[in-house]
Design a protein around this ligand. Structure first.
Ligand SMILES: [Zn+2]
Length: 163
């Protein structure tokens, strides 16, 4: 990559489409996700695979899909990957419907104690609060200099990190 700069580098990076792009193809995404040798959450945050998914969208979508983000992407069945994509799209659509162009940006701009986020977020930023589905306290783990929020009961951690 030495000697490549600016525009040229961006073109090579190949930023993926977001789920609302009319040219976004669900089955292409499902196949690409399952081909990744990484964890599900890292794959969701990978802008060369799908655009627009930040840390909050990822955590909320994984909770809805009852998947732990540390599970290997390659271990997802095709139906499970489709269901996950459905939740990602739904979470993004809801956030957009609430007036935000970017849920993550909105979160940073607004006081985390606001009623909006208490109502809207199941697990993100909710450490120690009951999971809305089962009541188990939400768990926070560090993740790439940020945090991951999960319900330990709805989203059991994978037994090993192998894939
Ligand atoms: Zn739960």
């Amino acid at each position: 990559m030495a000697g490549l700069h600016g525009q040229q580098q961006r073109e090579i990076a190949h930023i993926a489409r977001d789920p609302f792009d009319p040219l976004f193809e669900a089955e292409t995404f499902v196949a690409a996700l399952r081909a990744r040798r990484t964890t599900v959450k890292r794959a969701l945050l990978d802008q060369t695979l799908i655009s627009g998914v930040g840390n909050i969208y990822a955590d909320e979508s994984l909770w809805r899909a009852r998947l732990h983000g540390e599970r290997p992407a390659a271990g997802l069945t095709r139906p499970a990957a489709r269901i996950l994509l459905g939740h990602v799209t739904e979470v993004m659509r809801e956030a957009l419907g609430q007036g935000g162009t970017s849920f993550d940006a909105l979160y940073v701009d607004v006081n985390g104690d606001s009623g909006y986020f208490d109502r809207s977020l199941a697990v993100y930023g909710q450490e120690g609060r009951p999971c809305p589905r089962c009541g188990t306290p939400v768990r926070r783990d560090s993740f790439m200099n940020r945090s991951s929020y999960t319900c330990p009961r709805c989203q059991p951690r994978p037994r090993t990190g192998r894939w």
